[in-house]
Design a protein around this ligand. Structure first.
Ligand SMILES: [Ca+2]
Ligand SMILES: [Ca+2]
Length: 214
């Protein structure tokens, strides 16, 4: 305002009335007019950005919907689990052999830790354990496929903390089923983990379970 005042050729006696009059006539001094235009530009920019955000949000929602349709919530079932070459982790306790179990963790998916991690029972005193267990992990709709899991073989111990034996991240093969056989990494070499897996849409899985109950 003061700038506008400075620019006016004669200083008005009543500046407030002077500017009111000026605004009413839409005759602003050049600098004020420029500021008014700049302000309008900011408002226009803001509106454009809002429109862009709305369009991108709409696009994102549609892509998410497509992804969820393509990859519906599913159950990853891991079975026929076995390992070979499990080293002795109980030498000091005298049994001279480990009591292995496997813990599977679903990676790249956020959620409840209890849902994302499942384990087998342990097989006592076995270097080449075969587990009867069937491990099920829930794949949320739209989660990465093929899934990435982390598998670790542990030695069950009674009087102290269980010992980690060997582990690795495993990217499952593409498709709805597969067989995996991978050498694991860690301080202990020579452990190989094998299993088969299926991925079934949760709705289908529920349907099958219901059918089995009859
Ligand atoms: Ca041990
Ligand atoms: Ca043990």
């Amino acid at each position: 305002m003061l700038v506008g005042l400075e620019e006016s050729p004669s200083k008005p006696a009543d500046p407030v009335a002077f500017f009111k009059d000026m605004f009413a006539k839409d005759e602003l001094p050049p600098l004020l007019q420029k500021r008014r235009d700049d302000a309008q530009e900011v408002v226009d920019d803001n509106a454009r950005l809002h429109a862009q955000v709305a369009a991108l949000t709409e696009q994102f929602d549609q892509l998410t919907k497509k992804l969820h349709e393509k990859y519906p919530a599913s159950i990853l079932t891991i079975s026929n689990i076995s390992a070979s070459g499990v080293p002795d982790m109980d030498a000091t306790r005298g049994s001279l052999i480990s009591d292995p179990y496997v813990k599977f963790t679903l990676l790249e998916v956020s959620g409840d830790a209890e849902e994302l991690q499942k384990r087998t029972n342990f097989v006592p005193n076995s270097a080449n354990p075969v587990w009867e267990d069937v491990v099920e992990l829930k794949l949320p709709a739209g989660s990465p496929r093929p899934p990435l899991i982390f598998a670790r073989v542990w030695d069950n111990d009674v009087t102290k903390e269980d010992e980690a034996i060997a582990s690795d991240e495993i990217r499952l093969t593409a498709g709805e089923e597969g067989t995996v056989e991978v050498p694991l990494k860690g301080n202990n070499e020579g452990v190989t983990l094998s299993f088969t897996f299926t991925i079934v849409a949760a709705e289908e899985a529920e349907g099958e379970a219901a059918a089995e109950e009859y």
